[in-house]
Ligand binder design. Structure first.
Ligand code: FAD
Length: 410
């Protein structure tokens, strides 16, 4: 069968972009442009930090999941000319021309203008960020001698996570469990300290009360403290008008997402928050050959709690692929209503919380359910089978924070 000559360029190989490319493979001349050489299944970045999953499980290289029907270009797109229908990719001399464009560049870390945050805090959106955080945790542990008094040990092993949304909670419980395990293995006295700094008045504000119960219990079990507001390398947090400064081994920023700079520069209709206004077909208002999806798009016909989630990006990828296909064939484009499919959160290294079919459950069973559920969300059947087998036969035990020399040889 001959492939139509329509040139489709997809920018961003995340959940929205990669799944659109996979579904469209063979239907046109597809080019996927993304700034990294690998996909990332973000909901399991916490398990990567703890070593429960390996890099190849959740961050396969594009060349492993894409076949010859999709051309992959690694590079950062710096400019899009919607009139000339061209894209500029950094460090690539040629302009990339398209007939149809799909935008799925996702968001970037939102430091909310907090002084020193971008400079000193570690973001948590990429494999490299998880690697850096793990290195910092090991380095901090390696500096503590077993005979150090408990109060000094606690001071040296204080970590702060900014933001008590799902990301901050998943991260802090994982870190706290890993650190406590390391304390036992290294026979350190006292305990580590993990704080969550939250501006609002409750944890996981976007989630229902059923899940919050499990979250509150897990935070208490993992002994994570919840506080408000932060700045700089050492942390200043204010509570009831008084400011306290705390020394930290690391501050991790899980304080939110903001619009991608590429989208900021794009002259298309947007919401006040800078999200691209899309039609029910995912087409950008006034540009029928350009579709946007995932974290950068404001889609009206979706349950509000779905905004900025992987589930929405997944579901939209199917719609985007169907509508690109319709555009190529000259058929009518469709819209779709998107519903919440359920919620799943990792809570430390031994438990999770899952909300499915209106029922919430927690503990080790929820952890297993989450692993099973997420196997089916990874790209391609081949990759899912390999990962599923690896988890089933090889296990999903966390990798302890061993001293640096030992880790290298492990
Ligand atoms: C740590 C973490 C955990 C999360 N956990 C969950 C969860 O449990 N459940 C859930 O529903 N959601 C979760 N999310 C949110 C979810 O990841 C996003 O909603 C989803 O990935 C959005 O998909 P997207 O395709 O819009 O963007 P992304 O998946 O972010 O993909 C964007 C892609 O574009 C690339 N890119 C960016 N700029 C450029 C450029 N200029 N040129 C080329 N390429 C570019 C990026 O490298 C990336 O590959 C989590 C997010 C993070 C960071």
């Amino acid at each position: 069968m001959t492939v139509p000559q329509t040139r489709v360029v997809i920018i961003g190989g995340g959940i929205g972009g990669l799944f659109t490319a996979l579904e469209l493979a063979g239907e046109a001349q597809i080019t996927l442009v993304s700034d990294e050489d690998h996909f990332l299944f973000t909901p399991m970045l916490y398990e990567y930090l703890s070593g429960e999953v390996e890099e190849w499980h959740i961050a396969p290289k594009y060349k492993e999941v894409l076949d010859e029907r999709v051309k992959f270009i690694q590079g950062e797109v710096t400019e899009i000319d919607l009139q000339k229908r061209q894209v500029i990719v950094d460090k690539h001399s040629e302009l990339l021309s398209y007939d149809i464009l799909v935008l799925g560049v996702g968001g970037v870390t939102n430091y909310a203008g907090v002084e020193g945050a971008q400079q000193f805090a570690i973001p948590f959106r990429k494999i490299a960020h998880a690697d850096l955080l793990r290195q910092r945790m090991v380095a901090a542990l390696d500096h503590v001698a077993p005979n150090l008094p408990p109060q000094d040990t606690r001071r040296a092993l204080t970590f702060a996570v900014v933001g008590a949304g799902a990301s901050g909670v998943e991260l802090s419980t994982k870190m706290a469990d890993l650190l406590r395990d390391a304390f036992e293995r290294r026979a350190l006295t006292g305990e580590p300290r993990v704080l969550i700094i939250e501006m609002g008045d409750k944890v996981v504000p976007g989630m229902g009360d059923q899940i919050r119960e499990f979250v509150t219990e897990a935070l208490a079990e993992s002994r994570v403290e919840v506080h408000t507001l932060t700045t700089e390398k050492s942390l200043t947090f204010s509570h009831g008008g008084t400011e306290t400064e705390i020394e930290t081994a690391a501050v991790v920023w899980a304080g939110g997402v903001q619009v991608n700079p590429l989208v900021e520069r794009l002259d298309v209709p947007k919401t006040r928050r800078g999200l691209i206004l899309v039609d029910p077909t995912l087409q950008i208002h006034g540009h029928e050959n350009v579709l946007a999806l995932g974290d950068i798009a404001y889609y009206e016909d979706a349950t509000p709690t779905l905004a900025g989630t992987a589930q929405l990006a997944f579901q939209q990828a199917t719609l985007a692929a169907r509508n690109v296909s319709a555009l190529i064939k000259g058929e009518k484009l469709q819209g779709k209503h998107f519903e919440e499919l359920g919620e799943a959160m990792s809570l430390g290294t031994e438990r999770a919380a899952v909300l499915a079919g209106g029922k919430a459950f927690g503990g080790p069973i929820a952890r297993q359910a989450r692993f099973a559920m997420y196997t089916s969300r990874l790209p391609t059947w081949h990759h899912r089978l390999r990962v599923g087998a690896s988890w089933f036969f090889g296990g999903t035990e966390p990798r302890p924070l061993l001293p640096l020399g030992i880790q290298r040889n492990a």
